[in-house]
Design a protein around this ligand. Structure first.
Ligand SMILES: *Cc1c(COP(=O)(O)O)cnc(C)c1O
Length: 354
């Protein structure tokens, strides 16, 4: 069935092994971030075969899908007050920055007879989640006063909102704060969590502070790319995933709509380029499934003209291939398209070379 997203299990497994081994050499444990593929269990299993021992996801529903996997599970997004019960039930560790939430986790963990582990997040400039460095002592004291919540680590997230790049300096600051906590508590913290795929490049540059012992890696595994500078990672594949959709109409038509122009399907007033008569293909996939702008046709002579909820329109005039109704057009995906294609229940998920 089409439309579908095809996962090359061999390439994915090579990506996971490459990242895992590189991090292992630096004494870093990888938590494989599964949110870009909605923690699809078969895809997760391929990654875990590389030896990666932990999974992390921003949504508790995704970790729930992985409840039968015997690996450590970490919730990445700060827990909502309305999901505390599930958080304690389906994740071993969560990232936190709020006392009210920590208190609720503590109460719930007691109820479930569990110790819930916590990584305290510090904001080192990206201005998304995390406490300010000056408040570290206060938060550490607070968490230590809870008996069913265990402070297991300190973490930072960068390059997400503020696009701040991880460096030896800002990650060094995280390590200094961790040292400060460790001497205060008189015990080592298990995890010094140095960020996401944007921290990976520091390994190859030899700039990763040695105290960092965990990274939460999504994009580098699935798309073979570090995200500080967007460079390809040697030894990985960028084309683990291929998106395929089928042509339902193919006709020569003009390139300018005829008639008075109002709003398109999404309330925008569109503008059009006059290319004269062109060969237009309509694919049976739409904006409900994926943003056409984050797809790249593998046939580079195809142009994506636009899409409405359920139709994507291509200009195939320049292509060397004589497309017909029923033909399948393939695309490379980016992070955004991967995320939405896996989220759409109308997209078939196919795993190749299992
Ligand atoms: C999404 C996310 C990650 C993984 O990011 P990638 O860039 O895909 O590696 C890590 N940490 C947190 C807190 C996240 O939300």
């Amino acid at each position: 069935m089409y439309p579908r997203i095809v996962v090359d299990s061999v390439k994915l497994s090579q990506n996971a092994s490459c990242i895992f081994n590189r991090c292992k050499k630096a004494g870093i444990k990888v938590f494989s971030v599964t949110k870009s593929f909605c923690a699809h269990p078969d895809v997760t299993e391929i990654i875990l075969k590389s030896g990666i021992e932990g999974v992390a996801d921003s949504r508790i529903q995704n970790l729930k899908k992985l409840k039968d996997f015997n690996v450590e599970k970490c919730l990445l997004r700060l827990p909502m007050m309305s999901e505390i019960e599930e958080v304690v039930k389906y994740s071993d560790i969560s990232l936190n920055s709020e006392k009210a939430t920590l208190k609720a986790l503590n109460e719930e963990a007691k109820k479930q007879n569990k110790i819930h582990q916590v990584i305290l997040m510090v904001d080192l400039g990206d201005l998304r989640e995390g406490i300010l460095p000056k408040d570290v002592d206060e938060y550490v004291d607070f968490i230590e006063s809870l008996d069913a919540v265990l402070l297991q680590g300190l973490g930072v997230n960068l390059t997400c909102y503020g696009a701040v790049i991880p460096t030896a300096e800002n990650l060094g600051e995280l390590c200094d704060l961790a040292n400060q906590i460790e001497s205060k508590l008189n015990r080592p913290l298990k995890w010094i969590s140095g960020g996401n795929s944007s921290s990976y490049y520091l390994l190859d540059k030899g700039l990763m502070p040695s105290k960092i012992n965990q990274l939460r890696i999504g994009e580098s595994i699935v798309l073979g790319r570090e995200t500080a500078y967007g460079e390809k990672i040697e030894g990985t594949h960028e084309d683990v995933f291929t998106f395929e959709a089928q042509i339902v109409e193919l006709k020569i038509k003009g390139s300018l709509p005829k008639g008075e122009i109002g709003m398109d399907a999404f309330g925008q007033v569109p503008s059009y380029e006059d290319r004269g008569e062109i060969k237009r293909a309509i694919l049976a996939v739409g904006q409900q499934d994926v943003d056409a702008k984050s797809l790249r046709p593998i046939d580079e002579k195809i142009d994506i003209l636009g899409s409405s909820s359920d139709h994507m329109i291509l200009d195939v005039t320049q292509s060397d291939h004589d497309y017909q109704v029923g033909d399948v057009v393939q695309f490379k995906v980016e992070y955004g398209s991967l995320l939405s294609l896996f989220t759409s229940e109308y997209i078939e998920k196919v795993i190749k070379n299992l």
